[in-house]
Design a protein around this ligand. Structure first.
Ligand code: G1P
Length: 296
């Protein structure tokens, strides 16, 4: 087992679920309260101890990289005007020891293919994957609690960790679903996965525990991805490579303590703004009061 410091974030997708908003602005750059979605997920990764962020991206999505680079002209204007808080918010987004790497995904061949594009940067290291559409919200305020729990379980149990959350039975067809036999899921607990199925038809799913887009995986996964054939939707699926991994080593589903907000959908994006807006020191009280006063 190697040091866990690398995290792969696939961001090459064209964001068709949130068009026309995402025609020019990458969907990961859409704002939730006062920060783009990508900043939330990278902060989650950094707070959980990751320091090498690998964006698997598209050449039209340069704004994602620019957001984390210095902006000398803006910074000097803020400095001259004495706007220190704003200056810090654009200058020190990430700690100095965190590095962002990019690799292009030339063709949209699936999530498994996107992750495989990062293989030259992963080398022989264990790694994590975050799907950036999904924001994790924790009511206690530290939104990296669940990813930290994943990392701890990976180390303690010597098993890959796949974060899951229960969904209504009629929603299973939108997710990867895990089969853990008759294991009972309590927040923060891990259970061995028997098999995973990508987007099963309603009525045929082995459970309602959905894969939410946080994975801690051994280096071996990259080798298995190289051999993975197109699966559901004709795409190379990460789920299929992890199924192959299950035949070789323990893979566990870890149940969430927080909740997910899917910013890749219109409703999820609105809910993310409400949830994070209610928790934000500048907007929280006023937003809650406004919501309470509405006669819906
Ligand atoms: C991907 C994964 C799926 C997972 C989902 C979470 O699907 O393949 O297993 O449940 O993300 O959002 P996608 O939404 O990219 O089709």
């Amino acid at each position: 087992m190697t040091i866990l410091r690398k995290i792969v974030i696939p961001v090459a997708g064209l964001g068709t679920r949130v068009l026309p908003a995402s025609k020019v602005i990458p969907k990961e750059m859409l704002t939730v309260v006062d920060k783009p979605v990508i900043q939330y997920v990278i902060e989650e990764a950094v707070n959980a101890g990751f320091s090498e962020i690998i964006l698997v991206t598209h050449e039209r999505k340069k704004a994602l990289e620019y957001h984390f680079e210095p902006h000398p002209e803006l910074e000097s204007v803020l400095e001259i005007k004495g706007k220190t808080a704003l200056l810090n918010s654009v200058r020190n987004i990430l700690p100095a020891d965190v590095r962002i790497f990019t690799v292009l995904q030339q063709e949209p061949l699936g999530l498994g293919h996107a992750v495989l594009c990062a293989a030259p940067l992963i080398e022989d290291d264990d790694f994590a994957v975050i799907l950036p559409d999904v924001l994790v919200f924790n009511p206690e305020g530290d939104h990296s609690v669940d990813l930290k729990a994943c990392v701890d379980a990976f180390r303690q149990n010597h098993a890959a960790q796949i974060m899951v959350e229960a969904v209504p039975d009629d929603q299973v067809c939108n997710y990867g679903i895990v089969d853990c036999g008759d294991a009972e899921f309590r927040p923060g607990e891990s259970h061995d996965i028997i098999a995973m199925v990508e987007k099963p038809a309603v009525g045929s799913a082995p459970s309602n525990q959905s894969i939410i887009g946080r994975y801690i995986l051994p280096a071996r996964t990259m080798e298995l991805l190289k051999e993975t054939q197109p699966g559901a939707g004709g795409e190379i699926q990460l789920t299929d490579a992890i199924n192959a991994l299950i035949a070789e080593m323990p893979v566990q589903a870890i149940s969430m303590q927080g909740m997910t907000l899917d910013c890749g959908s219109k409703l999820g994006y609105l809910l993310a703004n409400i949830k994070f807006g209610m928790a934000h020191p500048e907007t929280g009280d006023a937003l809650k009061a406004w919501l309470k006063a509405q006669d819906f």
